[in-house]
Design a protein around this ligand. Structure first.
Ligand SMILES: [Zn+2]
Length: 86
């Protein structure tokens, strides 16, 4: 007997992550020069990321996502990490 798990994800990551503490937005296409993060670096690949503005831990960041209908939403990064782990 086999089991399968299907997950339908109806949104797109747009590569932007917002600090909930101060509102800073990390944009993957831009990176962060001050922190030595090259443009195009995926947020989840940055170890020990801290907000360049307020120093908040990575867990304070939420992803900006776009649904298929074009609305913008925010998603907590712990959810993204568990999606990546699947
Ligand atoms: Zn911040």
């Amino acid at each position: 007997m086999s089991s399968s798990l299907s997950i339908y994800i109806q949104f797109n990551f747009i590569g932007k992550y917002e600090c909930q503490a101060c509102g800073y937005i990390y944009d993957e296409s831009v990176g962060n020069e001050k922190k030595g993060i090259a443009p195009g670096t995926p947020f989840n690949e940055i170890e020990k990321f801290r907000c360049p503005q307020c120093g908040a831990n990575k867990k304070y960041f939420v992803a900006d996502v776009e649904t298929l209908s074009g609305e913008n939403h925010r998603m907590h990064s712990s959810i993204i990490l568990s999606i990546n782990a699947l």
